[in-house]
Design a binder for this molecule. Structure first.
Ligand SMILES: Cc1cc2nc3c(=O)[nH]c(=O)nc-3n(C[C@H](O)[C@H](O)[C@H](O)COP(=O)(O)OP(=O)(O)OC[C@H]3O[C@@H](n4cnc5c(N)ncnc54)[C@H](O)[C@@H]3O)c2cc1C
Length: 405
């Protein structure tokens, strides 16, 4: 018999939580989102939305709304930093006859969450509560009793299901006792955003660039920021011998940027952050009535821009199945969600991001040359370039996960 209480509680109003809530709302399921922070967070992490994700967001009516506020980027390049050469160029425009959006949108994740919450947050069946922190979960026969703190003090509510979209340090995952298997890299990454036009000193930059370098790899992206000129983001590794305070100091940030692209006069830096980097996947994405999606279920290094995209793919897969279960279908559909999305996380997102980092940092000169030559050959031929781009844009992960039964 269908469950009477069909409200789903989403924990976390990050990009995955908000897409999950919107998708549930579109299925006619009442949803409450609890978010610990007092207001939408201006999170400057993800910025690249891949074509496969744009198709999903389009089904939710989001893609058209955000496109004019994004940077469109169809081309990405691999550079050899020591020689300054462009090794390979991939152009999603070559796939225009087979994919609906032959480009990525460079659109910061805080804008995506704001775009969704601005339109839907005030509906009673889609209520988003800031300054509400989940603290406890107890599963009952037909639901989950949830404890949380709010400005009014400790409170409780009951939901049919709880979806933990509460990030890499997920409380939901911990309360459900689900292992987070994997490893942490010894180095951290620094992201530096500058309003200086990097193309003026390196004209062969496109909006997305990966630099291979045995001493210091780099990723360089353009984002829209808050002004028409946009911002350039540079991501670099930080060694274990350097602490965060030193890495973030204006002198060291300037030194890093000047070493990467020397120019006269100092760089104007808009923001900078240091990140610890993990490759981890939850042992299961489902424990009874508790589900995990996004970073709570899997984390990876950001080279290739796959974490948020994979998380949005989780949210869309999960909500389709949850809608059926809430309408009376057998709940083992939720185990299928876990199997399918865990498969995509392990075999695609983890595998690809680990390979991406290895390619950029390869130290052995012979192996490095082989890898760069292979990348060059892959980009040159249409069939191999197509296969590479479809995999990097996560289309293969979706197709392969759909075949998991
Ligand atoms: C430098 C960098 C660049 C990146 N670039 C990309 C990219 O281009 N493309 C891409 O796909 N991915 C990228 N990523 C990864 C991406 O940022 C994450 O995968 C994404 O933020 C995950 O979204 P989420 O909604 O699952 O979790 P989060 O964004 O971490 O959101 C979790 C939310 O839960 C809230 N929360 C936590 N605990 C509680 C609680 N107990 N109660 C209530 N609320 C709680 C938090 O306050 C937070 O708002 C990048 C990461 C980094 C570090």
């Amino acid at each position: 018999m269908p469950n009477q209480n069909t409200r789903v509680l989403v924990v976390g109003a990050g990009p995955v939580g908000m897409v999950c809530a919107l998708a549930l709302n579109r299925h006619g399921i009442p949803v409450t989102v609890l978010e610990a922070e007092p207001a939408p967070v201006k999170d400057q992490r993800a910025a690249t939305i891949h074509p496969s994700t744009l198709e999903m967001l389009d089904e939710l009516g989001v893609t058209e709304k955000i496109r004019d506020h994004s940077l469109l980027s169809s081309i990405y390049r691999f550079h050899d930093r020591p020689t300054g050469e462009v090794v390979a160029e991939f152009d999603l425009g070559r796939l225009k006859d087979e994919i609906r959006f032959p480009y990525v949108l460079q659109f910061e994740q805080y804008k995506l969450t704001a775009a969704i919450s601005a339109e839907y947050a005030n509906e009673s069946d889609f209520d988003v509560r800031f300054s509400h922190t989940l603290t406890g979960l107890t599963e009952t026969a037909d639901g989950v009793e949830v404890e949380y703190t709010s400005p009014a003090g400790p409170e409780r509510m009951t939901a049919a299901y709880v979806v933990g979209c509460d990030g890499g340090r997920s409380t939901v995952r911990r309360l459900a006792g689900i292992e987070f298997e994997g490893f942490t890299y010894p180095e951290r990454f620094i992201k530096i955003a500058t309003s200086f036009d990097l193309q003026s000193v390196k004209p062969d930059l496109v909006y997305r660039n990966y630099f291979s370098d045995p001493n210091e790899w780099a990723n360089v992206f353009k984002v829209r920021g808050e002004s028409p000129e946009g911002l350039w983001r540079v991501i670099l590794p930080i060694g274990q011998d350097e602490d965060d305070a030193t890495a973030l100091s204006p002198t060291r940030v300037e030194e890093r940027l000047q070493k990467f692209l020397p120019k006269s006069g100092p760089y104007h830096v808009e923001y900078r952050d240091v990140y610890g980097v993990n490759q981890r996947v939850a042992a299961t994405f489902r424990q009874g009535r508790v589900l995990l999606a996004g970073d709570s279920a899997h984390v990876n290094n950001p080279i290739g821009g796959m974490g948020m995209n994979g998380g949005i793919h989780d949210a869309v897969n999960l909500t389709e199945k949850l809608a059926k279960v809430l309408a009376g279908a057998a709940d083992d559909l939720l185990d299928l969600y876990s199997r399918q999305r865990r498969h995509a996380a392990v075999n695609y997102v983890q595998a690809q991001t680990i390979a991406n980092k290895r390619l950029l940092e390869e130290r052995d000169p012979q192996v490095r040359q082989q890898k760069l030559d292979e990348m060059r050959r892959t980009a040159e031929k249409f069939d191999t370039a197509r296969a590479y781009m479809r995999r990097a844009a996560l289309f293969d992960s979706l197709q392969d996960a759909a075949a998991v039964v």
